[in-house]
Design a protein around this ligand. Sequence first.
Ligand code: FAD
Length: 431
Amino acid sequence: APTLVLFTQDLRVRDHPALTAALDRTGTVVPVFVLDPAVAERSARNRVAHLADALASLRAGLRERGGDLVVRRGDTVEEVRALAGATGADTVHVTAGVSALAARRTRRLRAAGLSVRAFPGLTVVPPGEVTPASGDHYKVFTPYWRAWEAHTWREPLPAPDRVALPGGVRPGDLPGDAGRGRGRLADHLPEGGERAARERLRAWVEHGLADYPDRHDDLPGAATSHLSADLRLGCLSPLETALAAGSGPGSGEFVRQLAWRDFHHQVTAVFPDMNVRDYRPRDKEWRHDPDALAAWKEGRTGVPIVDAGMRQLLREGFMHNRARMITAAFLTRTLRVHWREGADHFFEHLLDGDVANNYGNWQWVAGTGNDTRPNRSFNPLRQARRFDPDGVYVRRYLTELADLPGARALTPWREEKAPEGYPPPIADPGH
Ligand code: FAD
C-alpha cells in the first residue's frame, strides 16, 4: 500500500523529510493537498493567489519526478480518509505543525483509524529540541538564541529522484486564479512557489544579505529578504535558508531572524492558543472602539507612518517589520484596542501570516507575550523620524501627502492648509 503525504505548510520537494521517508518506506506515495473552502473564505485574495502559485509549483516539481500532486476540496480529514480508503493507504506522513488546527487534524486522523507520523521541516530546529533545564520551552529569546546556535542541525535532504504514484488516482484541479478569498488583489504580487522562492533566496544571498545589518530597519529601502511568505508556505526549507546564508557578512543577523521564527514556533507548540488567548495574562483595559479600529484598518488614522504601513498591507499583502511594530503598537498602546482585532486583520491579509509568527509578535508588541519590557513607551512620530526621516515611505503609500516634501509628510497636522483628503490624527501622533 502507498503512504499518504499530507502537504500543509511544506509546499516543496527539496529537504522534505516526510516525503523522503514515505518514499523510503513504501516506494509509492500519494502526495495530497486539501483546499478547505472555510479557510479560503477567511483569507484575502492575495493569500489565496499566493497559495495557488505554490501548489502549481509543487505539482510541477512532483510531475518532473514522475508523480503528481493530488488536490482535493473539502474538510481535510474527510478527504484524506476517502483517499486512504481508495488507495489502501493506512499511514499518513505530515510535517509536524504547532498550531491548534494542526493538533486537531492529527487527532481526528488518528481517530479515523489512520497512523499519523510527523516529521521535522517546519523550522530550522524543531520545537522542543532545545529546551531550558527548567521547562518545556524558552520564554525569553536571548537564552533560546544561545542554545539554538550551539545546537547541531540535521542534514538537509535532496529532492527525491523519483516519486511514484499508484495508478487510478484522479489528480484534481488546482485552484484557478484568485477567484476566491476576500478583498482586493495586490498590484504587484511576487510569484509564489518553490522555484520562484529558490531564485529569490539566491538573489538575496548574492545581492542583499551583506547590507542587511545596516539596512534592515530602513523603511523606504525595503532592504530585507522578503522571504517570509516563502517560509510560511514552506516553499523554502528554513534549514536550507539558514545554510544558504553561509557565514559571510550579514549572515549572523539574518540567521538570528530565522531563530526568532523558530522561537515563536517553539512557544506556540506548547501554547497553541496563541491566536486567541494572552500568553501572559496582564491586567489591561482594552477599549471597544469600532471607529478607531476601522480607521486603523483602512489606513486613515491621520498618523502618516501608521497609515502608510496599513496601506502597504492592503496593497501588497506585506508590511515592513518596522511598520508592523509601529502599527501594532499604535493600535494596542495608543488606541488600546485589543491585540486580537489587529492580529486577525493582519492574518487575513499577510502573505506570510501564520499563527506562531503573527500572533506571537502581536502579543510581544501588546505586552501580553514574550517581551521582557511589556510597558515600554511608544511614540509614533519619533519612530517615523528615525526610520523614514525624509518621508519617502509615507509618500509612497499615501498619495494624499505627495505634495508635502521631506519630513513635512510626517506631520501633516502642522500644515496651515490641511492636505486634501487626509484626516487629522484620531489620537496622539507623538512629538
Ligand atoms: P527579514 O528581515 O529578511 O527576516 C528573515 C526571516 O526571518 C523572515 O522572512 C521571517 O521568516 C523571519 N523573521 C524576521 N523577523 C521575525 C520576527 N520578529 N518573528 C518571527 N520571524 C521573523 N512574520 C511572519 O513570517 N508572519 C507573520 O504573520 C508575522 N506577523 C508579524 C506581526 C507583527 C505585529 C510583527 C511586529 C512582526 C510580524 N512578523 C511576522 C515578523 C516580521 O515582521 C516578518 O517576518 C518580516 O517583516 C518579513 O519580512 P522579510 O522576509 O523581508 O524579513
